[in-house]
Design a protein around this ligand. Structure first.
Ligand code: ADP
Ligand code: ASP
Ligand code: MG
Length: 440
């Protein structure tokens, strides 16, 4: 069995959906995971923000903008009047639900319910299209098997047993369609796997059924060596190891959700990144084995906060770091980079949800300084301890960029550098020139 995930652009219009239907209509058992049509989730986020502000005028305006896009998609997607009616009834039902939230108090649960609408719409429309084309398929509701635990982490055991039960209801079917991104939480309420979460859904499903392969179909021909949104002349990387891909995803390569490699790695299921607009392109294969090109790629993670704590020397040196880390642990806030000196420690976080409490507690251990708007530039490759010369190459490339922190040696796959946001593009361009200029 294979898992194929199609992102927002890949299902962004009736034409695109028809392309996807052609791609999945071939022999072999598969689960197809779809995102919302491109722009929809952003639009729904704006809607929830308006509803939190009780700005009913803005909310209504946003819904009035979104609905015609779906009506037009129905018009272009289906041939028969009967199928068009079925599609339009679906849109009416979903937009009635979305409009019902403008009438009452707005809560966190309602926000999650609204954010789930994009994937529910795209999968139902796609399923109706396959039905009209006489391609047999089964629509599985991700809400019946995808679940996060009390820490917001996917519960792989639950997912595995519930997904298998759902699949066994149709043992002879070849093609299953389901929603990316959406899930239920520990209380059974609708929730999600955070923005870009459809990749994570695909990987969790692939791991749950130990699929032959997980394919992530998107709008670019694989993982590039640098961020194509900032740097010209990037190129796709043919092969990456799970660890290399996981580092790139975690440190900002938007093509993959930050955690989506973990489940695939756990069950050793290869992940292939492919381009819907160019299906014949080789893409990127992510697997346990990967060819050992020395420096493979660069990525950048935005919105980083750096915190510097200078010990008041009230604590012995060995107690200081533990006390500092415990503060972050209490607030479930992961630390990405860390550098230390005898009396001070600098570290970075990207989750600012408990920043005020964290700073207050840290002040009991020393003087605390914080700076926002920082960026981690992560260089990924095979940096085994016995290899040398990489650091020189990297710092030579970055000689004109002010560097705030450096992390080298923490992992054999990653060298991280902290710069302020204003120097991000310059750093990415400089690294492209210095590290990859010979390959094109
Ligand atoms: P989807 O909607 O299919 O999930 P995304 O927009 O989430 O697609 O991810 C694909 C985009 O990721 C590409 O269009 C590209 O701009 C961006 N991207 C950022 N870094 C990289 C990278 N290193 N390699 C490839 N794409 C990248
Ligand atoms: N639709 C969701 C988002 O835009 C999930 C995804 O596309 O992966 O974040
Ligand atoms: Mg994505």
């Amino acid at each position: 069995m294979q898992v194929l995930k199609f992102g927002g652009t890949s299902v962004g219009s009736a034409e695109r959906m028809k392309d996807v239907a052609r791609l999945v209509n071939c022999p072999g058992k598969k689960i197809v995971v779809l995102s919302a049509m491109s722009g929809t989730t952003d639009h729904l986020v704006k809607l929830t923000n308006a509803l939190y502000k009780h700005n009913i005028g803005e909310a209504t305006g946003l819904l009035n903008e979104l609905e015609p896009r779906y009506r037009n998609t129905v018009e272009a997607l289906f041939n028969s009047d009967e199928a068009k009616k079925k599609g339009n009834d679906l849109i009416t039902e979903h937009f009635n639900l979305l409009r019902s939230f403008t009438l009452d108090m707005f809560t966190h649960n309602e926000e999650k319910t609204i954010l789930a609408e994009g994937e529910l719409l795209s999968t139902a429309l796609f399923h109706y299209y396959l039905e009209e084309q006489k391609v047999p398929s089964v629509l599985l509701s991700a809400l019946n098997f995808m679940r996060i635990d009390e820490n917001g982490e996917p519960d792989l055991q639950y997912i595995e047993s519930n997904l298998k039960r759902e699949l066994l209801k149709n043992p002879h079917e070849q093609l299953f369609i389901t929603q990316g991104y959406i899930c239920r939480n520990i209380f059974g309420q609708i929730d999600n796997l955070k923005r870009g979460g459809s990749d994570y859904t695909a990987s969790l499903i692939g791991a749950a059924i130990t699929a032959e392969e997980i394919q992530i179909w998107t709008d670019i021909d694989g993982m590039h060596n640098n961020d194509p949104r900032y740097v010209p002349n990037t190129y796709p990387i043919a092969e990456l190891s799970f660890d290399e891909a996981a580092e790139l995803a975690y440190f900002g390569a938007k093509i993959l959700h930050p955690y989506c490699i973990r489940p695939a790695k756990k069950r050793n299921v290869p992940v292939r990144l492919l381009n819907t607009m160019q299906p014949e392109a080789k893409g990127t294969l992510i697997s346990r084995e990967a060819s050992g090109d020395e420096i493979k790629a660069v990525a950048a993670k935005d919105h980083i906060i750096v915190i510097k704590i200078k010990s008041t020397r009230m604590l012995m040196a060995y107690g200081f770091l533990r006390s500092v880390f415990e503060v972050f642990e209490r607030y479930k806030t992961p630390i990405d980079m860390i550098t230390t000196s005898e009396v001070a420690v600098s570290l970075t976080i990207d989750d600012n949800s408990h920043i005020d409490e964290i700073l207050k507690e840290l002040e009991t251990y020393g003087t605390v300084e914080m700076e926002i708007n920082q960026v981690i530039i992560c260089i990924v490759g095979d940096f085994l301890a016995d290899k040398h010369g990489y650091a020189v190459k990297i710092f030579e490339s970055l000689k004109d960029v002010p560097i705030r922190m450096i992390s080298y040696g923490g992992s054999k796959n990653n060298i991280s550098i902290l710069v302020s946001a204003e120097h991000k593009k310059e750093a990415l361009l400089a690294l492209n020139k210095g590290l990859f200029n010979l390959k094109k």
